[in-house]
Design a protein around this ligand. Structure first.
Ligand SMILES: *Cc1c(COP(=O)(O)O)cnc(C)c1O
Length: 409
């Protein structure tokens, strides 16, 4: 049985103690964040676009604002102002927390806004040092390397994490499977090496369908919700799933810095979650088949496909990778991932362009690497398109008489 399918059918951790039996992930995906709807006589969740909420009780509002300033807990009672929290966005947060098996989740305007909030929480506590393992998503790498938020980063490999920790280390950051090489690491071992320092695992590629990092010891689980959680290439969002204490600090930073998620985006994300297990399973089955065909193909030098499965494939071609991008027809040549349609891109040119070339290559992102996000199309149609593009790329290299090793920049 496909490990993705087995995992998806597993019972969820019983977070809600009032519930008699924990529900399966597929059930939570459809029902979490919507538990109150039927009793209100509603089916689709309402979209609350209010920026402000009238109240004749300013003493009560003062008390709610004081409570928020102390703990960052979601205000009890009526909402106050859109930057403090929004009921539609809160439904998505509740649902994602349920899927990741955490107490809470805090949503932001993008994945980068979510990561920024985590760094600001730690920096505000005087913990500016970050230990991180490459590769990370290009802009995450850039944010840390450039120290844009005043952080200082030590790059290491998983075995070097413990040694890299300092008294002012506020965060350890990893991705598994990593963008774009799909390198995997043992999250449980990494979490152990972190000791009391919070481990942030970017779970964008695996999604909670394939892997729940909090169960393995990660205190913070980050998503670019722009990708699989939204799932249709039409929402930008980020979210951090974590314990309630850290969530409170994230809400306070979100309130103070303003990287809030729009309620319409919250609605679309909640809708996206309901099909997440089905989408991830279907696309993973197609990706596994394509990865097998690519691995057996003489025009392909190397294929990276994660042990845990998933809908992402990275591969290196003997021909010119730019020609593959130029020649796809059904497959869309575009950055990003996790949509219903298949996307392909050249990380050294786009998603990881902002990373210094030596750092990028050192992290295993070769100039020949292509990254493909497999969608929900028919596998034979996808293979026909890839096959034709590989043929053109092979021909282009041969036509120029260039040895394969000379391709790239
Ligand atoms: C895209 C991506 C991000 C950044 O998310 P945005 O929503 O684009 O801000 C972070 N991590 C990973 C792994 C990503 O793929």
């Amino acid at each position: 049985m496909d490990p993705a399918i087995r995992e998806a059918n597993d019972r969820m951790p019983g977070y809600d103690e009032a519930r008699i039996a924990p529900r399966a992930l597929a059930t939570e995906a459809v029902h979490a964040g919507r538990d109150d709807l039927a009793r209100q006589g509603l089916h689709a969740p309402p979209i609350d676009l209010s920026t402000t909420y009238p109240s004749y009780d300013s003493r009560g509002e003062a008390a709610r604002i004081d409570a928020f300033a102390t703990t960052g807990a979601e205000p009890d009672g009526p909402p106050v102002y859109g930057r403090l929290g929004n009921p539609t966005v809160a439904r998505f947060e509740t649902a994602l927390a349920r899927l990741e098996g955490t107490e809470a989740a805090v949503a932001f305007a993008s994945g980068m806004a979510a990561l920024s909030a985590v760094l600001l929480v730690r920096a505000s506590m005087g913990l500016r040092h970050v230990v991180a393992v490459r590769p990370l998503y290009g802009c995450s790498d850039h944010l840390l390397t450039a120290g844009l938020l005043g952080s200082e980063v030590t790059w290491t490999d998983p075995a070097g994490i413990e040694e890299a920790l300092r008294p002012d280390t506020g965060l350890v950051m990893v991705e598994s499977p990593a963008n774009p090489t799909l390198a995997e690491l043992d999250l449980r071992a990494v979490a152990h090496a972190c000791g009391s320092v919070p481990l942030l695992a970017d779970n964008t590629f695996a999604t909670p369908v394939l892997q729940r990092p909090a169960e393995q010891g990660a205190r913070l689980v980050l998503h670019s919700a722009t990708k699989y959680l939204g799932g249709h290439g039409d929402v930008m969002a980020g979210v951090v799933a974590c314990d309630e204490e850290f969530a409170g600090r994230l809400r306070q930073v979100r309130f103070a810095t303003g990287g809030v998620l729009h309620p319409l985006a919250g609605y679309l994300l909640l809708r996206g979650l309901s099909t997440l297990p089905v989408r991830v399973r279907a696309a993973s089955a197609t990706a596994a088949e394509l990865a097998g065909r690519l691995a057996a193909d003489p025009r392909v030098a190397r294929v990276h496909y994660p042990r845990i499965g998933g809908a992402m494939i990275a591969f290196e071609v003997h021909g010119d990778p730019h020609e593959v991008i130029a020649c796809v027809d059904l497959i869309t040549p575009a950055v990003s991932l996790g949509s219903v349609d298949t996307l392909i891109q050249h990380p050294a040119s786009i998603s990881h362009r902002i990373v210094d070339a030596d750092d990028r290559r050192g992290a295993g992102v070769s100039d020949r690497l292509l990254r493909m996000s497999v969608g929900l199309e028919d596998v034979e149609d996808l293979w026909a398109d890839l096959d034709a593009a590989l043929e053109r790329a092979q021909g282009a290299t041969a036509g120029h008489g260039a040895p394969a090793a000379a391709v790239g920049h």
